[in-house]
Design a protein around this ligand. Sequence first.
Ligand code: GRF
Length: 206
Amino acid sequence: MALLRVGVLASGRGTNLQAIIDACKEGKIPAEVAVVVSDKAGAQALERARKEGIPAVFVDPRGFAGKEEYEQAVVDVLKRHGAELVCLAGYMRLVGKTLLDSFPNRIMNIHPALLPAFPGLHGQRQALEYGVRYSGCTVHFVDEGCDTGPIILQAVVPVFDTDTEETLAARILEQEHRIYPEAIRLFAGGYLHLEGRRVFIREGKK
Ligand code: GRF
């Protein structure tokens, strides 16, 4: 099977990117990271990509007239590298129409909470402050909203009385690193079927 070419957008440390790269390298998913794009020049994610010999491109949002022009530049980079799926991994911007229209139902995101609970920034802190007994993470397709797109996979973790934002985030992150590559595997295999806002997983029958 030909490898699915994945473009990753990341703004920060890139541990999810690393988990995806590792899963590809280990042959766990029939995919390869074709390019990593960041809106932050100093993002550790870019360094991780370079270390792996993966093209790493900084696109400076300040160099463009507006969001549309910036996103078009990102799309150009992704297309130039043949990206078939776009994975947001700690990408700190709301995706707009230009990116969405260029990759319809082909953009995924990972969020550190059980959506639709606690969307937006600091999902782990929100969960802790709300007092839930369980939280987790969600891989979803991206739509024009903030963390509102169709849900692909979720993982649940317990919240303990002794938890801080950091300990909870670490417990959730472990699961993020497991379910993001798994979601990509399902996509690459053609096993994800979108009906309305529901995602059905049909392994074995396409
Ligand atoms: C993760 O917690 C992810 O859920 C959220 O941003 C964080 C990115 O972490 N969207 P990393 O850059 O992948 O380490």
